[in-house]
Design a protein around this ligand. Structure first.
Ligand code: F6R
Length: 260
C-alpha cells in the first residue's frame, strides 16, 4: 500500500483531486466508485473547481456510490443520495443516467443488491474506488467481522458508527440501523483504490489498516491485498504509524513518472 502523509487535510484533498482528475483526463469514460461522509468533501470541492475553471469534463464518467441508509428516500437531507447531489453532482456534468447510488427504499433489497453488482459488472468494473475509513476500521459500511469476500448487501451498523454518524442527525436515535453497502469483495475488485483518512480520531484505524494483521475485525486491513491502493492521510491520522518515516522517504523519492 502506498502511504502518503500530507501536511494538511487541504493538501491531502487537493492531491486526491489531482489523482482523480488525472484519471478522468486519461480515460474520459472512467468508472468511479464514490464515498460520502466528511472525509471526501474537499476532494469533491476540488473536482468541482477543476470542472468549473480547468475544463475537467465529466460527461462520460460513470459513478457507483458505496452505500446508502435503508429507509431514507433520496431527497431525505441525511441520505447519501442527497449528500452526493448537494456536494458534487449538482455542480459537475455527469449525466444523471450514469449516476448509481443504492436505493434505500428498494422494496426487494436482496434483488436490488444483486442488480447493483450486475450494473457495476456491466459498466466494465470500477476504475478507481474512493474510500474513507470508519473509526472502527470499516470501509463502505462493512463493519468489523464483515466477510472479506462479501458483495453488495444489507448490513447492520455498529453502535460506534451510529454514534460517529449521529452528528449529521438530530439525535443518535434517528440514525438508521441498516444500510446497503458494496461488499469488501466488491471493493477489492476495483482496479485502483484511493483511501482518505483525516484527524486523530482515525489514527488507530489507520495504523491497524496499514501495519496490523489482515483481519475481518478491521475490514480496511484487507486493502493490504489490493495491488494498487494509495492511502492519503494528514499528520494527526498518521500519528500511530510505526513506519511513517519510511512512507515519507518513499514519497519524497517517488519517480516523476509515477506522480499524477
Ligand atoms: C461513506 C462510507 C464510510 C465513510 C466512513 C468515514 O460512504 O462508505 O465508510 O467513509 O464512515 O466517514 P467520515 O468521512 O464521515 O469520517
Amino acid at each position: 500500500m502506498e502511504v502518503i502523509i500530507a501536511p494538511s487535510t487541504g493538501e491531502a484533498s487537493a492531491e486526491a483531486a489531482r489523482i482523480v482528475a488525472a484519471l478522468i483526463r486519461a480515460k474520459p469514460a472512467a468508472v468511479l466508485g464514490l464515498a460520502t461522509g466528511s472525509t471526501p468533501m474537499r476532494l469533491y470541492a476540488g473536482l468541482i473547481e477543476m470542472h468549473t475553471h480547468a475544463q475537467l469534463d465529466l460527461s462520460q464518467v460513470t459513478t457507483f456510490n458505496l452505500d446508502e441508509y435503508v429507509g431514507l428516500a433520496p431527497d431525505h437531507p441525511q441520505s447519501y443520495a442527497r449528500f452526493m447531489r448537494d456536494h458534487f453532482f449538482a455542480n459537475v456534468n455527469i449525466p444523471p443516467g450514469r449516476i448509481h447510488i443504492p436505493d434505500g427504499l428498494a422494496p426487494d433489497l436482496p434483488a436490488h443488491c444483486e442488480a447493483y453488482e450486475a450494473a457495476i459488472r456491466d459498466a466494465g468494473g470500477i476504475d478507481l474506488q474512493l474510500l474513507g475509513v470508519g473509526s472502527d476500521g470499516h470501509i463502505g459500511f462493512n463493519e468489523p467481522t464483515s466477510s472479506l469476500g462479501s458483495r453488495t448487501r444489507l448490513k447492520t451498523l455498529t453502535e460506534q458508527t451510529i454514534r460517529d454518524n449521529a452528528r449529521f442527525f438530530a439525535s443518535p436515535q434517528e440514525v438508521p440501523r441498516h444500510v446497503i453497502t458494496m461488499g469488501v469483495g466488491t471493493i477489492l475488485q476495483a482496479r485502483r483504490c484511493l483511501v482518505l483518512a483525516f484527524g486523530g480520531k482515525k489514527a488507530q484505524a489507520v495504523a491497524n489498516m496499514v501495519e496490523g494483521p489482515v483481519t475481518a475485525d478491521v475490514p480496511a486491513s484487507v486493502l493490504q491485498f489490493h495491488p494498487r491502493c494509495a492511502l492519503l492521510i494528514d499528520e494527526p491520522a498518521a500519528a500511530l504509524l510505526k513506519r511513517s518515516s519510511y512512507y515519507r522517504w518513499v514519497h519524497a523519492n517517488k519517480p516523476d513518472w509515477q506522480r499524477p
